[in-house]
Structure formats: C-alpha cells, structure tokens
Design a protein around this ligand. Structure first.
Ligand code: NAD
Length: 360
C-alpha cells in the first residue's frame, strides 16, 4: 500500500501526522510513503528530512492510506480515492457529516478519537498522547498568567508560600497538569467524578478533592451528570474554587458539551491575580466566563481557554501522534505491507467510523 502524508490546512494546526523518524520504520518495510511538500513546515520539519527517511515528495491525496491530524474539509474529501483509507481525528460524534461524506465517497474513515481505551490499543491512543501535551502546557500557562510565584520561596526578604492549583477532571490531561504544576512547586489538588482516579491523583503528589458525586460512564469515561447532580456540583465547586490561585479544567464527556464547573460567581470570588486555564474550550468550556480560543480578564482573574494546545508543541505532538498512527497501520497492513483490514477486530471495528460496508 502507498501511504500519503498531507499538509494540514486547518487554521492554527501545526502538527503533521508522520515524522521522519517514524516514517523510516515504514520505509524499512518497503512501504512507499508520499509526503506533500511543506507537510512538516509548521512543525519545523523540512521536506529534506522526509526525503532522507525514504519518502517521495508528491501529491499524497491519491494514496491507498492517507494520514492526517485535523478533520478533512469537503474539498479534501473530494480528493480522496474511493476504496482508500483515511486516518485522522474525524470528530465522529461532534461532526457526523464528515463520516457521512467519507462514506458517500467510498472512503474508510478511521477516527483516532474512537480508538478504544484498552491495553492492547494503548500504543494507538492519540487522545492520550495529545492530552498529556495539553495538560503540560496548561500548567505552564497557569504559571505564566498567575501574578504570583508557584513555588515556595525562602529569601532574606521573607518567605513566599507556594501557590495552590486545583485541577478539575483528572484524566490524561488533568494528571499531567497536576504532575507539571507540582514539579513547578505548587501545592496541587485534583478532582473528578470518577472515584477510581483518586489514587492516580495522589500518585502525582496531589490531594484529592472529594465532593461525593460519582458519575462513571462506559469505556473508562465519565457520564453526563443529572440536573440535580450538576446543580449540587456547581454549588460545591464554587466554594472550593475560591480558595485556589489557579484552576486548570479538563472535564469532558465524549459527545456532550463540556460541563460548567467554574461559575462566574466562583471566578469573582478568586483572589485578584488568580487564573483559570480551561482546556475544554472546544466543547464550550468548563468555565462560564471562558471565551474559546481567547484569554480574557474578568474580576482581575485571567480566564484562558486555549484551543488545540497540543499544536503549540508541534514537534513532540507530531512525533507522538505519528507513533500512534504507526501502531494503527500495523493493524491494517499485512507482513508485505498490503492493506488487509480485519473489520471483525475489536480495535478496527471501533475505530472505522464509516462501517465495514463503507462501499469500497
Ligand atoms: P476525558 O478527556 O474524556 O475527560 C477528562 C476527565 O474529565 C475525565 O477524567 C472525566 O472523568 C472528567 N469529567 C467528566 N465530567 C466531569 C464532571 N462533571 N466533573 C468533573 N470531572 C469530569 O478523559 P480522558 O483523559 O480521555 O481519559 C478517560 C479515561 O480513559 C481515563 O480513566 C484514562 O485513564 C482512561 N484511559 C485508558 C487508556 C487505556 O487503558 N488504554 C488509555 C487512555 C486513557
């Protein structure tokens, strides 16, 4: 099979789905890889490095398997060949029209966000690789926007106490944010509606905030709260949030709008100079005052809701993503490098959003 690596067209998208280091492994197996010129430019990877890794610079859209990061546009879908495979974030739950368009074009769409969260699929788990980058960056952003020190400082001029950081939603991004804030010297606390993550929160040196609201869904995810639970949670979190210098929120439920955990009242109650970094902007935000993609100051508190934070570290984000893609390709290709998709396989069945009879 020929693999095509495209240049991303989405605004602000700096990642590329394949990097030279990982591409070498495909070349070594005799698999032909075609890279669109400048595909790695935004990730600071020059074309020449792809060529050295064995790729050909040409039009990648007619390849048997096209790999990308951001969802395809209509024009991009029109360039795909019937019977081909497209691998990328395809947003099957938020934008089902993409899946329909791929199906209509006879393209097998493999959505990276649909990789099941099971041990066997861990190497393919792009939500985790990109989530941990976002969590790391979120902690740095909190430190940057906070008008105070994160670590405790003992100086001749006196002692500064450490800042306190609360992380709401202790999944992959949240745990990385906790670990990073802690390494910067903050006192950290984590909160989630899945009680089983309490131990993971403690294992990164944070305290666990217990609000006695458990909402465990399926597949390792949380479920949406009932109206009564939601009101109760907002009420109790409003009290808790006011005591922290920085709040980093990452709470999401797949396919649902982001739950509002930080109310306007909570922000107003935070000390001047405090900060909220909201990673759930794409789903509308976990903070009532968040403006997705923007950083605003409200009541002397900075509220930042950056979108696509992983893209702000394009080299590592691309490298980890490329490894996830390679692991998925291993499932789709046989020993000779030919496309051999077993649609009955658990990972394939979950990830191929167009279904087995996406007419090829
Ligand atoms: P996510 O991005 O969907 O959500 C982030 C966090 O927000 C989750 O921990 C969720 O419980 C929490 N949340 C949702 N609603 C909330 C609310 N109202 N209040 C507070 N918190 C709320 O989650 P994720 O980071 O993608 O990870 C989901 C789970 O999958 C985790 O348990 C993770 O350990 C697990 N996982 C398993 C594997 C594997 O076994 N291969 C790989 C990666 C992740």
């Amino acid at each position: 099979a020929v693999i095509g690596v495209v240049r991303e067209s989405a605004q602000g998208e700096r990642r590329v789905a394949m990097v030279p280091k990982v591409l070498e492994r495909l070349s070594a197996k005799g698999i032909e890889v075609v890279v669109q010129p400048d595909a790695g430019a935004a990730a600071l990877i020059p074309d020449a490095q792809f060529e050295r890794a064995g790729a050909k610079l040409a039009d990648p859209w007619a390849a048997d398997i096209v790999v990308k990061v951001a969802p395809p546009t209509e024009a991009e879908i029109a360039r795909l060949r019937s019977g081909s495979v497209l691998i990328g974030f395809l947003e099957p739950q938020v934008r089902p029209e993409i899946t329909s368009a791929l199906r209509a074009a006879g393209v097998h769409g493999f959505a990276m966000e649909a990789i099941p969260r099971i041990s066997r699929a861990q190497a393919m788990d792009a939500l985790s690789s990109q989530g941990s980058i976002a969590g790391y960056r979120a902690a740095l952003l909190a430190a940057e926007h906070l008008t105070r020190f994160l670590p405790m400082l003992t100086t001749a001029a006196g002692t500064v106490p450490p800042a306190s950081v609360l992380v709401l939603g202790a999944g992959v991004a949240g745990l990385q944010a906790l670990a990073t804030a802690r390494r910067l010297g903050a006192r950290t606390t984590g909160y989630d509606v899945r009680p089983e993550v309490a131990d993971q929160v403690r294992s990164v040196g944070a305290q666990w905030l217990e609000l006695d609201i458990a909402a465990v869904g399926s597949g390792g995810y949380a479920r949406e709260l009932t109206e009564a639970e939601r009101v109760d949670q907002q009420h109790r979190l409003t009290d808790a949030v006011m005591g922290f210098d920085a709040v980093i929120s990452t709470a999401q439920v797949p396919g649902q709008p982001a739950p509002v955990l930080v109310t306007a009242e909570a922000v107003a109650g935070m000390r001047a100079g405090s900060v909220v970094v909201d990673l759930a902007g794409a789903g509308g935000g976990n903070c009532a005052l968040s403006e997705p993609g923007e950083t605003v100051v409200r009541d002397n508190v900075t509220v930042s809701a950056p979108l696509n934070l992983a893209s702000s570290m394009p080299e590592h984000a691309s490298e980890l993503y490329a490894r996830n893609v390679l692991a998925l390709l291993d499932e789709l290709l046989d020993e000779q490098g030919a496309l051999a998709v077993d649609f009955t396989d658990e990972v394939v069945a979950a990830t191929c959003v167009t279904g087995q009879d996406g007419q090829s």
